[in-house]
Design a protein around this ligand. Structure first.
Ligand SMILES: *Cc1c(COP(=O)(O)O)cnc(C)c1O
Length: 387
């Protein structure tokens, strides 16, 4: 596999489209076969010169996904897991513990629950802060104890923006690492490692796969001495907990990655059209979208997400929770379901999913913009919002 044409480096988009650009040496197959084996041949000298031993440790299809994601994120290595939650919790379990960590008040709900309820039993003390406020993060740092700062940006479901570069500087000054859940931005729009973060996590269930038919997650490690022990422990945890992605799922994920750039660009353009259309709409209290110039994180998002503001937005219905739930009930083009990042547009009453203690307002509908034309999505939502 060659990484250049003469002196010209290929863009990462080409790797996404072509997989790792390898063709099967035996058959010339353009699409790699799925590596279904659980076990690999040992050499006569008792070694494993090809680097594969057993399916719980590694797998050729999994490794192909990892190579593509590593290129997309500009990292040293990627590990893929059986879900985004497996990847995210592994990040925390791969820290040297006991550890103090800082996490956002507003973030992906299941991970926040794990940090609130289970992390302590794993030797983690967690401070939750307003992660859109770098000053609040700095104040929460306990020098000598804080081992990691976790960011999610844009953050579910209010789409606040955290300053990856400033937070990384503050973390590195005290020897802590920064992990970023970049699921909603995707590597098309934002590269946390290039902004100074140490580890980037994706729920590959969402944009990376993009077709709502695979649950998967990834961790990509920046090329630095600080991340090497975290990567080693994350790999060792994957082996001992058995959380590696299956090869059939990895093959679907590779297929999804081929269209990642065109999907995310189209979804981002539609989301901006929809946000602009409903901004200041009579039935809507507020549109939450970092692409609107009035959004609190707009200026930061513009510099941190050079490719655009993403396909996720939320609307707050003027008639409160009842209006939100009836609106979700009346849509016909949008699909009423949780999750995000697929080709079909989804709408969800988020507070119902998150339950008691959520920072999510009860009049909020979370929208994941898919690939249907924006006109169809706007007309459907207009109809559903009418009271
Ligand atoms: C879905 C999601 C997760 C969890 O990923 P799973 O693949 O569902 O385990 C984590 N973070 C964000 C932002 C998500 O949207």
């Amino acid at each position: 596999m060659s990484g250049s044409q003469g002196d010209r480096q290929l863009s990462v988009e080409t790797y996404a489209v072509q997989g790792t650009r390898e063709h099967d040496p035996e058959t010339g197959a353009v699409i790699p076969s799925i590596d279904v084996t659980t076990t690999y041949l040992r050499d006569p000298d008792n070694g494993y010169s090809r680097g594969f031993v057993y399916g719980r440790a590694d797998n050729a299809t999994v490794r192909r996904c990892e190579d593509v994601i590593t290129r997309l994120e500009g990292g040293r290595n990627t590990l893929v897991y059986g879900s985004g939650m497996a990847a995210a919790t592994t990040f925390f379990l791969a820290l040297e513990r006991p550890a103090h960590v800082i996490a956002p008040n507003v973030m992906y709900w299941s991970l926040r629950n794990w940090l609130m309820n289970d992390a302590a039993s794993h030797g983690l003390t967690v401070s939750f802060v307003d992660a859109t406020d770098t000053g609040a993060i700095k104040e929460a740092i306990r020098p000598g104890q804080t081992k990691a700062i976790w960011l999610e940006t844009p953050a579910n479901p209010l789409w606040g923006i955290s300053d990856i570069s400033m937070v990384s500087d503050a973390a590195h000054a005290v020897g802590a690492v920064v992990g970023v859940d970049a699921t909603t931005a995707s590597p098309v729009l934002m590269n946390p490692l290039s902004l100074g973060a140490d580890v980037v996590m994706h729920s590959a269930t969402k944009y990376l796969n993009g077709h709502s038919d695979v649950v998967a997650g990834s961790l990509t490690f920046a090329a630095s001495n600080e991340t090497q022990p975290i990567e080693d422990r994350a790999r060792s945890h994957r082996l001992s907990l058995g959380s590696i992605l299956g090869s059939f799922e990895a093959s679907l994920l590779l297929r999804g990655l081929r269209t990642l750039f065109v999907r995310v660009r189209a979804q981002t353009a539609s989301a901006l059209t929809i946000a602009n259309h409903f901004d200041e709409h009579a039935a809507i209290e507020a549109v939450l979208y970092p692409g609107l110039p009035t959004a609190p994180g707009h200026t930061l998002a513009k510099s941190q997400m050079p490719g655009g503001f993403g396909g996720m937005l939320s609307i707050r219905c003027r008639g409160g929770i009842d209006h939100a739930i009836t609106t979700a009930a009346r849509v016909q083009v949008w699909t009423r379901a949780t999750s995000l990042g697929g080709v079909e547009s989804l709408i969800e009453h988020r507070a119902s999913v998150e339950g008691a203690g959520t920072p999510c307002p009860d009049d909020l509908l979370r929208l994941s913009v898919g690939l249907e034309p924006a006109e169809d999505l706007i007309a459907d939502l207009e109809h559903a919002l009418a009271r």
